[in-house]
Design a protein around this ligand. Structure first.
Ligand SMILES: Cc1cc2nc3c(=O)[nH]c(=O)nc-3n(C[C@H](O)[C@H](O)[C@H](O)COP(=O)(O)O)c2cc1C
Ligand SMILES: C=C(O[C@@H]1CC(C(=O)O)=C[C@@H](OP(=O)(O)O)[C@H]1O)C(=O)O
Length: 390
């Protein structure tokens, strides 16, 4: 299974095309819209999110609510687009405004893609970089991930995401194990945090950062339950599913680190406190007494919950000016901006959830390839039975 995305942040729309879905899978725009709405929420977002109301339009690959097996195309309109038609060069420019509208962006923001992208593609107007490097693109990554999520749900696999840290404030580790309860609690919190006390402190930290013209990053966690064991492979480096998930997480704008289970803590404790003891019973088959490795051994799923964490750096566009260099004059300047998010960690948790969902669904389709949903369900159930009895 594969997907492409296209679209600029202030262009008319974003698009994704998904290829490789089985036929006969029920999918409705609402299955996507509910996740698009989750991505738009979150304490610390800027004014752009008040303008947008992301909704998906499925324009191909689905008939009478079911996939045909052909590519599925999904569009999400940018509402802000109407304010940018001149700047984006789609509508003719009124002569008196021409100079203002065509004014190039020549001042790269430290930490964003502006300068590197400009040099790489030869864009002396840095708008040509920022339009695509913007995390607006994550809208359609969530749309593709929502389709993957639907497929996973039909196979008995569920995902949830929550925020475990913002600006150095850490949530107490959760004792909740029921994925539906975790989901409900995360949805109730403006920062998607399961620890209410920490959530309040996170919001205060975001307010403080905003007041100071600064921004905050954090850590998000995604949990996936119900994956059959043995998905991915140890036989070749590029078939290791944990590595694919790590790549997908790091490909999200501003994500700089990833860990599974106890993650970096594994470097600090002996093996007896890292490896999970193996047990077996008739009903569940093989499982692990603990899940410190976060659902992976040898690049393959163990059948235990997958626990992935991603680190997001603080947003680069700051109201508090940082020094940079104008590419036209080569003079140093202190950057000033019009609008930006102060913290997008809660939204990024939803993006991360969908990036992981895509990798899981895609790995399942690679391994248990089926043209039809009904045969896919049969094959997966057979695999579960085989692994239980092995
Ligand atoms: C949901 C989300 C919202 C973001 N919002 C902003 C923003 O408002 N302003 C900004 O400068 N960067 C924002 N970013 C981060 C930039 O897109 C990112 O830092 C940039 O693309 C450079 O890529 P890199 O940080 O991965 O190197 C956001 C990221 C995500 C995931
Ligand atoms: C539009 C979204 O996020 C944007 C990501 C982003 C960036 O530089 O990454 C910059 C901001 O866009 P603008 O410059 O238009 O205010 C964010 O609002 C979104 O998440 O849908």
């Amino acid at each position: 299974m594969r997907y492409l995305t296209a679209g600029e942040s202030h262009g008319p729309q974003l698009t994704t095309i998904i290829e490789g879905l089985p036929s006969g899978m029920p999918i409705a725009e609402e299955d996507i819209n509910k996740h698009l709405a989750r991505r738009q929420k979150g304490y610390g977002r800027g004014r752009r999110m008040q303008i947008e109301k992301d909704t998906a339009e499925i324009t191909s690959g689905v008939r009478h609510g079911k996939t045909l097996g052909s590519p599925v195309a999904i569009n999400v309109k940018n509402r802000d687009w109407t304010h940018w038609t001149h700047v984006m060069g789609i509508e003719p420019i009124d002569e008196k405004d021409e100079e203002e509208i065509k004014r190039k962006i020549t001042r790269p923001r430290p930490g964003h893609a502006d300068l590197n992208g400009g040099i790489k593609y030869g864009h002396r107007d840095l708008r040509n970089v920022l339009e695509r490097s913007s995390a607006r693109e994550t809208t359609v990554r969530v749309a593709a991930g929502a389709v993957a999520t639907k497929l996973l749900q039909l196979l008995g696999i569920e995902l949830v995401s929550h925020v475990v840290e913002i600006g150095g404030i850490k949530a107490k580790s959760t004792e909740m194990t029921d994925i539906h309860a975790i989901r409900e609690k995360a949805e109730e919190s403006p920062v998607r945090c399961l620890d209410e006390e920490a959530g309040i402190q996170m919001m205060a930290a975001i307010d403080e950062a905003k007041k100071n013209g600064d921004s905050l990053g954090g850590v998000v966690e995604v949990i996936a339950t119900g994956m059959p064991s043995g998905v991915g492979s140890y036989v070749h480096y590029d078939r290791k599913l944990d590595a694919k998930i790590a790549g997908a997480v790091l490909s999200i704008n501003a994500f700089k680190g990833v860990e599974f289970g106890i993650g970096f803590e594994a470097a600090r404790v002996p093996g007896s406190k890292v490896h999970d003891e193996i047990i077996w019973d008739e009903e569940a088959g093989y499982s692990r007494k603990t899940n410190r490795l976060g659902g992976f051994e040898g690049g393959m799923t163990t059948g235990m919950p997958i626990v992935v964490r991603g680190v997001m750096k603080p947003i680069p566009t700051l109201y508090k000016p940082l020094n940079s260099v104008d590419i036209e004059t080569k003079e140093s300047f202190a950057a000033s901006i019009e609008r930006s998010d102060a913290c997008a960690v809660p939204a990024a948790a939803v993006v991360c959830e969908h990036a992981v969902a895509w990798e899981l669904a895609s790995a399942i389709m690679d391994q248990f390839y089926a043209d039809r949903l009904d045969t896919l369900i049969e094959t997966i159930n057979e695999q579960r039975k085989y692994a239980r009895e092995f």
